[in-house]
Design a protein around this ligand. Structure first.
Ligand SMILES: [Zn+2]
Length: 253
């Protein structure tokens, strides 16, 4: 009996330790910390002064959002190597540039270089780190404001498993798609054989639809999150509009 109690205590202690590290990875993994404005940055590499420029840019971008909340603090974990700091679940993504874990709201950048302002993903490809941080921060803003309206309707999920409104809005705030708009439109309309990765094409669609809804239809974030909207219908409308009026008035941000 004593043995059972002893082993149970060890297991419970281990579970508690794991939960603590999942919620507060900084206690175990990250030696370098910087607090600036509303951002708490943790890194496995020394944090260079370039971080101030990066965070200033993120700050400007996310303040454009109607749901910006100056009382929120953002926790950003930046790793320099894919192979480290991922022993436990609910931390870094194995495929994306970054991921924001709901509820505990930890933002994990899969691989980032502060000095060059670049974020990488394991399958290849890179994007500006400030845009990736801004994108992830918008997920926190959405959770903060629309906790009960995330995935409110079945149409909010795409067949590929993404919440298109949320991803599209995050890219809309974080400077838009990096893809050439005319090239992607030709792909969507089957006018070319060029192929993009599913991930890139999907995210372009979400950004394109949300950009159209905000810039052309002038909707507000509340309408986006709380209305039943078909992504396919919006894409058709947006493409029709683009074909009629051209792309000049819709430069990617
Ligand atoms: Zn996202």
């Amino acid at each position: 009996m004593k043995k059972i109690v002893k082993y149970s205590s060890i297991v419970i202690l281990l579970i508690v330790l794991i939960i603590i590290i999942i919620c507060f990875p900084q206690l175990y993994y990250f030696d370098n910390k910087l607090t600036y404005k509303n951002f708490n940055v943790y890194s496995d590499k020394p944090i260079t002064p370039k971080i101030y420029l990066i965070l200033d840019k993120v700050d400007i971008l996310i303040k454009k959002s109607e749901i910006y909340d100056s009382t929120l603090q953002f926790k950003i974990f930046i790793r320099s190597d894919y192979s480290v700091h991922n022993a436990l679940p609910w931390q870094f993504s194995n495929s994306a540039y970054a991921i924001t874990r709901p509820i505990i709201r930890n933002i994990f950048i899969s691989k980032g270089n502060l000095q060059s302002n670049v974020a990488y993903k394991i399958s290849g490809g890179s994007r500006p780190l400030d845009e990736i941080i801004a994108h992830e921060t918008v997920h926190v803003l959405i959770e903060n404001k629309f906790k009960n309206d995330r995935a409110k309707f079945p149409e909010d999920w795409t067949k590929t498993g993404f919440l298109w409104k949320e991803e599209g809005y995050a890219d809309y705030i974080a400077r838009g798609s990096t893809l050439d708009i005319n090239k992607v439109l030709s792909i969507l309309q089957n006018k070319t054989d060029i192929k993009l990765s599913t991930y890139e094409l999907e995210y372009f669609k979400y950004w394109f639809a949300v950009n159209y809804l905000f810039e052309k239809k002038k909707i507000k974030i509340k309408e986006l999150m709380q209305s039943q909207i078909s992504l396919d219908n919006i894409l058709n409308d947006a493409m029709h509009e683009m074909n009629t009026h051209g792309t000049k008035s819709h430069p990617p941000k």
